[in-house]
Ligand binder design. Structure first.
Ligand code: HEM
Length: 149
């Protein structure tokens, strides 16, 4: 199933939440490595996305050593971790992501098509579990939501 970023976002079943709660700690335990791997893979696939991050090293071949890249990767995975922590509070989870969307659309002004692309890299890193496809479709749809409004 591809990541969706339009329309009604999927709902996480109790089974989805359980699958995420059981597997996420293994991923988050190595949050520095895992988040960096995701961000580097994303930037490799979508080199133009790097234009959104003028703070990153201009040398695309040395990105993995750039502390600003590592920090940004951690910011992203911590936001995913926070979202997972709000899975049982759907309204709060949506508000958190919508506020984050507003920042991306007004302050950072990044290309909204990229949320689903970064999400897809995340999901493939996590073994492509169906529950994560739903979670990241929620994330991608809500991060995009203030662009479409
Ligand atoms: C899963 C998807 C994503 C999540 C969870 C996420 C999360 C975040 C968070 C938590 C921040 C910090 C917000 C703050 O300062 O209060 C941020 C900043 C930012 N994000 Fe994202 N983001 C995602 C995808 C993307 C994508 C795809 C792009 C660009 C292609 C992007 C570009 C940026 C930029 C430019 C900033 C500001 C960086 C700076 O401090 O200079 N984000 N993001």
């Amino acid at each position: 199933m591809p990541i969706t970023d339009h329309g009604q976002p999927p709902t996480l079943s109790e089974g989805d939440k359980k699958a995420i709660r059981e597997s996420w700690p293994q991923i988050y335990k190595n949050f520095e490595q895992n988040s960096l791997a995701v961000l580097l893979e994303f930037l490799k696939k979508f080199p133009k996305a790097q234009d959104s991050f003028p703070k990153f090293s201009a040398k695309k071949s040395h990105l993995e050593q750039d502390p600003a890249v590592k920090l940004q990767a951690e910011v992203i995975i911590n936001a995913v971790n926070h979202t997972i922590g709000l899975m049982d509070k759907e309204a709060a989870m949506k508000k958190y992501l919508k506020d984050l969307s507003t920042k991306h659309s007004t302050e950072f002004q990044v290309n909204p098509d990229m949320f689903k692309e970064l999400s897809a890299v995340f999901v493939s890193t996590m073994g492509g579990k169906a529950a994560y496809e739903k979670l990241f479709s929620i994330i991608a749809t809500l991060l995009r939501s203030t662009y479409d409004a």
